[in-house]
Design a protein around this ligand. Sequence first.
Ligand code: DGI
Ligand code: FE
Ligand code: FE
Ligand code: FE
Length: 187
Amino acid sequence: MNRNDALEVLEAHLPKKRYDHSIRVTNTAIQLAGRYGVAKEQTEMAAIFHDYAKFRSKDELKRWITHTHLPKDLLFYHHQLWHGPVGAILIEREQGIKDPAIQAAIHCHTTGKKDMSPLELILYVADYIEPGRSFPGLDEVREMANKDLVKTAWMISRNTIHYLMEKNQPIYPDTFHAYNDLTKKIS
Ligand code: DGI
Ligand code: FE
Ligand code: FE
Ligand code: FE
């Protein structure tokens, strides 16, 4: 599938604001891919479709988790965490995109995980720093994204855990696994 076909498909599945976010994430991810030597085509597809399942109903997302190989512990956490794992499955079933690297990046884009590949790191980072986002501390993260991809992802996982704890939110294990693994890897 080329970029234009992919965007046309995406547009049919997302409201305008989320579609525009996806385009900004895609442009950001492609820049990072150039900087860090990651394949452009895979990066582009992963970014375009990363929020593909974001507007499915809670019931539908729950059904996909229940009836596929997806980890059942997701159901004990916030439904906000479900669209990545389900999206990774739906792009194959509905759009015929069967690339494990793309699917894995979409799967973990919200939480991160242990041992993320460069493509996975790029999507995780691009989703957080895309130019439409603004919150305290983001400038520092954007600056680091030009220098060190692992350190940037570490900052994001740390900020995310901090933010969730401030809100007394439960934290999914993969979010901690990302933080612990990245902490070991930063010098
Ligand atoms: O889909 P997007 O809004 O573009 O971004 P996303 O998929 O990264 O989702 C971000 C939200 O997910 C943000 O509000 C923080 C939340 N989140 C990330 N990790 C966890 C989490 N929420 C809970 N409850 N637990 C987590 O581990
Ligand atoms: Fe998302
Ligand atoms: Fe994110
Ligand atoms: Fe997103």
